[in-house]
Design a protein around this ligand. Sequence first.
Ligand code: ADP
Ligand code: MG
Length: 266
Amino acid sequence: MGEVITITSGKGGVGKSTLSANLAVGLADLGKRIVVVDFDIGLRNLDMILGLENRIVYDVVDVMEEKCNLTQALINDKRTRNLYFLPASQTSDKNILETEKVAKLIYDLKKDFDFIILDSPAGIEGGFEHSIFLADRAIIVSTPDVSAVRDADRVIGIIDAKSQKAKDGDEVLKYVVVNRIRQNMVDKGEMLSVEDVLSILALPLIGIIPEDNQIITSTNEGQPIYYNNKSQAAEAYGRIARRILGEKVPMMDLSVKKGFFGRIFG
Ligand SMILES: Nc1ncnc2c1ncn2[C@@H]1O[C@H](COP(=O)(O)OP(=O)(O)O)[C@@H](O)[C@H]1O
Ligand SMILES: [Mg+2]
C-alpha cells in the first residue's frame, strides 16, 4: 500500500503547488510510482505547473461522483512516465468533497501507487480537512514571515486533532519546508531565518528552498523547475525527494559568502 503525503500550509501562496509538482517529479525520477492529486478545488494550478492543462478531460470530482473511472481521469506525465496527475475540479463549491468518497478515492490510489501526493488548499479553506484526514505524512510549507508561520502553526494543531491517524491514537509524520529564503536578507536581519521558523513550529525540517526567479518562467513554460539543472531551487526539491525516501541529505548551504552566488559574485 502506498503512502499519502499531504502538502499543506496555513496561508495561501506560500509554494505548496510548486512543491507538490516538483516533489512528485523528483520522487518519480527516483523510480517511485507517483500520483499527485490537486485537492485545491476551484483554484487549480498544479496542471499549469506540470504543463498538463491541455490534457484534462475529467477531474477528481468526476471520479468521486462516478462520472468516470480512475483510469480515465489520471493523466500520465509527458516526461516522467511513472508520474500521474489527477486534476482538481473547477467548481466554485469548495465544500463539494465528501469524506467517504475522498476515502474511497485515496484507498484506490494507495493500491496502485508508492506515494500519493495531495496538494491541499490553505488551512483556512474548505476542503482542507479532506486533504489531511487520511495523511500518513504532512509537509507544512511556510515562507519566512510572521503571518505565514503563525498560520502554519495553527494548521499543525488541526492535523493533530482531525487526522484519521490521530483518531486511531497514532500520529501523522510532520515536517516543515521553508520556502523563498533570501539568505542576503536573513544575514541583514530583514527576514526570519530558518531557525526562527523552526523555533515556532517545533517540527523537523525537511527542506529549505531559496527564492528563485526561474520558478516563474518554468511555471509559464509548464516545465517543473526540477528539470532545470542550473537552478538552486531544483536542487532543493531533489534533496527533499531523497529525504522522503529516508536518505540523509545535508541541507544546502545558501550562505552568501560560501554558497553558489558567493562563488560567482563574492
Ligand atoms: N522558491 C520560490 N521562489 C520564487 N517564487 C516562488 C517560489 N515558490 C513559489 N513561488 C511562486 O509563488 C507563487 C505561489 O506559489 P504556489 O506554489 O502556487 O503556492 P500555493 O500553492 O501555496 O498557493 C507562484 O507564483 C510561484 O511561482
Ligand atoms: Mg496551490
